[in-house]
Write a protein that binds this ligand. Structure first.
Ligand code: DAH
Length: 335
């Protein structure tokens, strides 16, 4: 066999001897590379196969593979024993304390506004409402005109609104989504939607005012919808949100896009406690219905707008709205 078989035998004996004598894992890696590697000694030997008699090639190839298998197995065993030795010496170390807590991992979580928003969505979804939204950059038309807000209304005061050079506005409320929802549904009732989202006012921030905050708009339109429905739906909503039976009180209030319009106050059912002023609501103004393509002679309905930041502040005892958009980990890590 022109000496190839003998060279294979001695190579394999030598390799096994080196593996046996190795004192650490890095030595094993070196042996693996020089013997078994793509350009290693076994590969080199294998190249000589072409010089063999055809009848010898099969048996030689087989012998090389067997040698390879034996060396690989010896390497694996030796590696395992080094690893086991390393582990047991670490475990024997008197400084090793398996009861020591692992370093704490920072796990992300939802923002309080997101939590409250999801709760509100869940409640209305169960009452048959859809969740929808609209653009944060709105047209003056949708934010004001079509909502029956005349140009002399204080809400249009330049002080209150972020105007863009294009003439668009950062929406000052979610009420514009009422119109978008009506139009998207071809003005065809029943329409039951809520629209949570960010809104913007050109305010000097303080403990109760922010330039960026969150509202949920609600709209329910159908034949014969009345103030009784408004009161019923919102009482149910608030009772579920606060986790206790609530009663609500409506006080007349002017909002251009509803008639009549109300401020809604809430308190625990049966309590003689203080009323808490919570949201605006009312029966959608016929001008708004018409702007949304709804037949105002046949269809009526109610709308409401609630501030999510306020609800989250009550829920979690937060005393300053400016925390909400601060991104401050000292605040966020509390939830
Ligand atoms: N858009 C009003 C605001 O931002 C809130 C509001 C009041 C919404 C009455 C309504 C409503 O839908 O009927 O102050």
């Amino acid at each position: 066999m022109n000496g190839l078989a003998e060279r294979l035998q001695s190579l394999s004996d030598e390799a096994l001897a080196k593996i046996g004598a190795a004192t650490g894992a890095s030595e094993l890696e070196e042996i693996e590379k020089t013997i078994l590697g793509r350009k290693g000694e076994l590969a080199l030997l294998m190249r000589g196969i072409g010089g063999l008699e055809p009848s010898e090639r099969g048996p030689f190839g087989k012998a090389v593979n067997e040698a390879k298998g034996a060396i690989a197995a010896a390497l694996g065993e030796r590696k395992d024993s080094f690893e086991a030795a390393r582990m047991s010496s670490e475990l024997d170390d008197p400084h090793f304390d398996p009861t020591e807590p692992t370093p704490e991992h920072a796990v992300g979580h939802l923002h309080p506004i997101t939590k409250v928003r999801r709760e509100v969505e869940e409640i209305f979804l169960r009452m048959g409402f859809d969740v929808t939204d609209g653009p944060e950059v709105e047209t003056e038309e949708f934010n004001f005109d079509l909502l029956n807000i005349p140009s002399h209304h204080p809400a249009r005061d330049l002080q209150d609104t972020f105007w863009l050079d294009s003439g668009h506005v950062l929406r000052t409320h979610t009420s514009c989504v009422q119109l978008r929802a009506m139009i998207a549904r071809g003005g065809k009732p029943p329409i039951r939607v809520i629209a949570p989202g960010r809104v913007f006012r050109n305010e000097q921030p303080d403990a109760t005012h922010e330039h960026t905050f969150h509202q949920v708009e609600g709209l329910m339109l159908d034949e014969g919808v009345s103030v009784a429905d408004l009161k019923g739906v919102l009482t149910t909503f608030l009772s579920r949100l606060f986790g206790q039976a609530c009663e609500v009180r409506l006080r007349p209030h002017y909002f251009p896009f509803v008639e009549p319009g109300f401020e809604l106050d809430v308190r625990r059912a049966g309590s003689k406690g203080e009323w808490l002023e919570l949201m605006g609501c009312g029966m959608v103004h016929p001008n708004v219905l018409r702007a949304g393509g709804v037949d105002a002679d046949r269809i009526s309905g109610f709308a409401f707008g609630i501030g999510l930041d306020r609800v989250a502040m009550m829920r979690y005892g937060i005393d300053d709205i400016r925390w909400m958009m601060s991104g401050d980990p000292r605040f966020l890590s509390q939830f």
